[in-house]
Ligand binder design. Structure first.
Ligand SMILES: NC(=O)c1ccc[n+]([C@@H]2O[C@H](COP(=O)([O-])OP(=O)(O)OC[C@H]3O[C@@H](n4cnc5c(N)ncnc54)[C@H](OP(=O)(O)O)[C@@H]3O)[C@@H](O)[C@H]2O)c1
Length: 285
């Protein structure tokens, strides 16, 4: 069993889920929300040698970040570096979460592996990439774990939760078909993070996303099918129909090949993960 798991950003989707999953496995967990450990400031005094810190804190509002580059950089780059420096000071290990949005090359069409060239398109992606560099500069033994399109699928604000609510009604919905990624169930991501925390996986960069690639349209249709709604109510549109402040990669699926060679158990396929995460709506049974 790994040493104590210390979680930053514990009020967010991944941090909250990870704290619950780690505790349910009987692990010693110390979880900090943003008000308890603001990563742009000093680390709490409780941090100790042997702790495994999982940095789930980030400025994640991709569109808002376009107009708030300084704030996004302070959290995603400087803040991530602060966490790594604090770990280095006390002798803690660090698992830092990064994103598929560090990629974005035009014309990409095969899943990105851990050593592929990065090329973020947005402020969010650029600040997260700067965070990867800051973390590894301060603590070369840290893990940087990139994931993609994470959802819990319950009643939150994530894409799967939103599509489930839409599926429960009777309207049709237009969903972009020209952005392709690796939809990832938060429970599978957390299992990978806890495996890394156990030791035995080689870093520094790893990919932890459900296997395969899907567009948002594919994902939405699968959600409708999974809850017993008619997938034909989901209609494909181009991103130009939903202009957003931040450009998204047209293709950012992640490959598990390099991470598997490094010892990380590959995550199940995105479609199987969706089926385990989403149960049919009571009204459609
Ligand atoms: N969700 C995805 O699809 C996705 C995809 C790829 C990668 N990731 C990465 O996964 C990680 C976790 O993301 P998430 O989905 O759990 O996002 P989230 O739900 O937005 O959670 C992020 C958390 O970070 C906290 N935070 C923001 N600024 C902070 C600061 N200065 N100090 C401490 N905490 C701060 C937020 O607290 P407040 O709400 O109080 O500000 C929030 O609780 C992030 O590194 C993100 O980049 C997520």
């Amino acid at each position: 069993m790994a040493d104590r798991i210390v979680i930053t950003g514990a009020g967010g989707m991944v941090g909250r889920f990870l704290a619950g999953q780690a505790a349910s496995q009987g692990r010693d967990v110390l979880a900090y929300t943003s008000s308890e450990w603001d990563i742009t400031g000093p680390a709490p005094g409780e941090l100790a040698a042997g702790d495994v810190v999982v940095n789930c804190a980030a400025f994640t509002q991709v569109d808002l970040a376009e107009g708030e580059a300084e704030r996004a950089h302070a959290v995603n780059a400087t803040g991530a570096g602060n966490v790594a420096a604090a770990c280095a000071r006390v002798g803690a290990s660090l698992i830092h979460i990064s994103t598929d949005y560090v990629f974005g090359a035009a014309g990409a069409h095969v899943p990105y592996d851990i050593d592929d060239a990065t090329g973020p398109l947005s402020v969010y992606g650029r600040t997260k990439l700067a965070g990867e560099h800051a973390v590894l500069a301060a603590l070369p033994t840290a893990y940087v774990v990139r994931t993609s399109w994470v959802y819990e699928g319950a009643d939150g604000g994530d894409f799967v939760a939103a599509m489930r609510r839409t599926a429960a009604g009777s309207d049709t919905v237009d969903v972009v078909a020209d952005q392709i990624g690796s939809p990832t169930y938060v429970g599978d991501l957390c299992a990978a993070l806890l495996q890394i925390a156990e030791g035995g996986v080689r870093g520094p960069i790893l990919h932890a996303a459900n296997a395969g690639a899907a567009s948002r349209f594919d994902q939405a249709q699968a959600i409708f099918a999974e809850v017993g709604a008619d997938p034909a109510r989901v209609r494909p549109v181009g991103s130009d129909r939903h202009p957003r402040p931040a450009p998204r990669p047209s293709y950012s699926a992640l490959s598990a090949a390099g991470s598997t060679r490094a010892g990380l158990t590959p995550l199940q396929g995105w479609r199987e993960a969706l089926a385990t995460a989403v149960r049919p709506l009571p009204s459609t049974r």
